[in-house]
Design a protein around this ligand. Structure first.
Ligand SMILES: [Ca+2]
Ligand SMILES: [Ca+2]
Ligand SMILES: [Ca+2]
Ligand SMILES: [Ca+2]
Length: 401
């Protein structure tokens, strides 16, 4: 039965109480309810550079349409001719509220990536002054241009014209222009775009917004040699999948020790990709501006970047820090000056032993220093300052000679 029906014209099948053959399924006609329209129409027209041509057909109904079984064709009438010059049979199933894009086989790769169907360019070739028609079972249901009239170069003016432009049907349009005999003015139902505008192909009306990638990173990362430091970086795309996070620039010069580590790509559309921006403790002391870039897996990837101010302070020996602290305690009179002198003197001796590599003597001097700190009365030094001195002294011993 299916084979027999496929061979019948739509008219022969009738409508009321009959069946339409669609997408390999028999759908009772009574269930075919128009969404915003009940017949396909052309929703985008590309007459671009070189061989970049495309026609997009829209299905405004709520029913999948088998284009071949229903007998849809695109045809053109060259240069004011009144008979069909050539055309292409549409083949495939156009889903409800969806589009069907046909492109010649010799179009650019970018345009062909948008195609649902390709055709031999010799069969269907329109170049601005040729009327283009969408037909259904031999009946023209939508015509761009005026059949039998040659406008010379194009219909329309500026971007809204049929040559070297893209024409996008306004989303308020719900049906094709079935009258191919009246004058054609594309500005009535179409918006015009520059040569080789392809971003509207694949959807009716304004192309959907491609949400940008968003990236989050710390404003700054600070460390002192030889300690490493790391900060969390993450990125996401509401309608895409972030698949990379990387350091793309380091100024003034890349020391090679500022890297992205622990990278985990987003597991799905809208998910977060995460990583750490890691600064090695061996990084040359200095200030760096680090650019981290995230990208998604779109055919033409979207990306987003952030900048992190990285500061690596040079290594300061614990002995220097201890000396500075004792000196400032004395200067600020935070410790009794006489006691302060004893502490300074003890440190000077320890430092001399350290410089000379006398490890045992150095440790003995540091022990004596610690004992002096411990012996200071709270009248002379605050417990907090005493604890800090003790901790620094332990660091000095740990660093050794
Ligand atoms: Ca022509
Ligand atoms: Ca017309
Ligand atoms: Ca479109
Ligand atoms: Ca996106």
């Amino acid at each position: 039965m299916r084979t027999a029906m496929a061979g019948m014209s739509r008219k022969a099948m009738g409508t009321a109480g009959g069946f339409l053959l669609m997408a390999g399924a028999l759908v009772p006609v009574s269930h075919v309810v128009a969404a915003t329209g009940d017949e396909l129409f052309i929703s985008e027209y590309v007459e671009g550079s070189g061989t970049n041509h495309a026609i997009e057909v829209f299905n405004p109904t709520d029913t999948p349409m088998s284009l071949s079984a229903s007998g849809y064709h695109l045809e053109f009438y060259a240069d004011g001719g009144t008979s069909v010059t050539g055309g292409v049979n549409l083949i495939g199933v156009i889903q409800p509220a969806s589009t069907w894009v046909v492109v010649p086989t010799d179009a650019s790769a970018e345009l062909k990536a948008k195609a649902n169907q390709t055709f031999a360019p010799s069969a269907f070739w329109f170049d601005g002054n040729d009327a283009v028609a969408l037909t259904h079972s031999g009946v023209a249901i939508d015509i761009i241009g005026q059949i039998g009239f040659d406008p010379g170069t194009e219909w329309g003016t500026g971007l809204t014209s049929t040559r070297d432009n893209t024409l996008r049907r306004r989303s308020t349009v719900t049906a094709g222009d079935a009258d191919g005999t009246d004058p054609f003015d594309p500005s009535v139902e179409w918006d015009g775009f520059a040569t080789d505008t392809f971003d509207g192909l694949g959807s009716f009306g304004e192309p959907p917004v491609n949400e940008p990638v968003a990236i989050t990173c710390p404003t700054e990362l600070n460390t002192t040699q030889p300690a490493d430091v790391a900060g969390a970086v993450s990125a996401s795309d509401p309608d895409g999948t972030v698949v990379s996070l990387s350091v793309t620039a380091v100024t003034p010069s890349d020391p090679g020790s500022i890297t992205v580590t622990d990278f985990t790509p987003a597991s799905a559309v809208g998910g977060s990709a995460t990583a750490n921006l890691s600064v090695g403790g061996s990084t040359t002391a200095g200030s760096y501006s680090v650019t981290v870039t995230a990208a998604n897996d779109d055919a033409s990837p979207q990306s987003a970047a952030c900048n992190v101010a990285v500061t690596v302070a040079p290594f300061v020996p614990a002995m220097d820090k201890l000396h500075d602290m004792v000196n400032s305690l004395v200067t600020d009179r935070a410790v009794n000056p006489a006691k302060g002198f004893l502490l300074t003197d003890r440190l000077d001796r320890a430092e001399a032993d350290q410089a000379a590599g006398r490890a045992d003597a150095f440790r003995a001097q540091m022990q004596a220093f610690a004992n002096q700190v411990a012996g200071l009365s709270p009248r002379w030094i605050t417990p907090a300052a005493a604890a800090q001195l003790t901790a620094l002294a332990a660091e000095v011993v740990a660093e050794g000679v």
